[in-house]
Design a binder for this molecule. Structure first.
Ligand code: SAM
Length: 285
């Protein structure tokens, strides 16, 4: 039986699209979307606006949370027959809180290699302007929608020292920030990004309690799409720096400052820069 496989399988391109401002798309993304045989889109009606704006006429099929499993075989077959396929989601980078991970795993399992076409994502966009530490962060995506499950998840994150990043919808933003304030503490520093890259783009920055109050007082503040960035836990940060210093004391007896700081940062979770500065004081060059 002929499986339809060719010696030259097609490529699956994972293409990032704008998160609001239609101009935020790369030339490479546009070239790819124009040239592929098929675009697998999360919501074909939604993506039509973007594709029409750029005069792109490549045929589309839908690939969303509920049909991903059943579409995979067909898409893998198309790739094996030599067709090129682009995967896009409604906004930003596919797979980041969006469908596609099962397809990408299946592409690897079929011996093929997906091709990334990078571009916007609300998480990197927001981190670039949040004014919170970004050298390490913990992307949590959406919190559970039910209050009790949400608070439980937040409770598990209380001691996390990395900056926390959450996606949130307009329906739950105020409830979620109230839960964050109650669980993580009212004084924890946070930045909320609303409608990034769009007309009503707004950043709210300050202690959780202040940000909650400002947003609750302004009825427009809970409209649109949101990313919440929260500073990591302070106490733990101090603890890990102290651990890092103790590890440095041992490593510095055998290794140069930079290598010691590198290893001590990896072991303790403390910032490498702080440990490097500590090392230079103990063992000047
Ligand atoms: N794949 C997308 C990405 O790369 O960012 C995320 C898709 S997820 C289903 C949608 C969520 O991303 C929204 O509920 C919101 O939390 C966040 N988001 C997307 N676009 C945004 C924007 N322009 N401003 C703020 N948040 C946004």
């Amino acid at each position: 039986m002929n499986s339809g496989k060719t010696e030259n399988p097609g490529k699956l391109f994972v293409v990032a699209t704008p998160i609001g401002n239609l101009s935020d798309i790369t030339e490479r993304a546009l070239e790819t979307l124009r040239s592929v045989d098929l675009i697998a889109a999360e919501d074909t009606r939604h993506s039509k606006t973007l594709l029409q704006h750029y005069g792109i006429k490549s045929p589309m099929v839908s690939l969303h949370e509920h049909n991903e499993a059943s579409q995979i075989d067909q898409l893998i077959r198309r790739l094996q027959q030599g067709s090129s396929v682009a995967l896009i989601s409604d906004a930003g980078t596919p797979l980041i809180s969006d469908p596609g991970s099962r397809l990408i795993a299946a592409v690897h399992e079929a011996g093929l290699q997906p091709v990334p076409i990078p571009g916007p994502s609300a998480v990197s966009c927001m981190l670039s302007v949040a004014g919170q530490p970004v050298d390490r962060f913990c992307f949590e995506g959406f919190l559970p929608s039910r209050g009790s499950a949400r608070r439980k998840r937040l409770q598990e994150l209380v001691r996390e020292i990395r900056t926390l990043v959450f996606y949130e919808s307009s329906h739950r933003i105020l409830d979620s920030i109230a839960d964050m304030k109650d669980t993580l503490g009212p004084t924890r520093s946070c930045t909320v990004g609303r409608e990034l890259t769009k007309r009503f783009e707004t950043l709210y920055r300050g202690a959780l309690t202040d940000v909650l109050q400002r947003m609750a007082e302004d009825p427009n503040a809970s409209r649109g799409e949101f990313v919440v960035v929260i500073a990591g836990a302070e106490g733990n940060a101090e603890e890990s720096v102290e651990n890092g210093r103790q590890i440095m004391d041992v490593l510095l007896t055998e290794l140069p400052v930079s290598q010691s700081a590198n290893l001590a940062a990896r072991i303790s979770g403390a910032r490498k820069k702080l440990l490097y500065e500590y090392g230079l004081k103990k063992k000047p060059k």
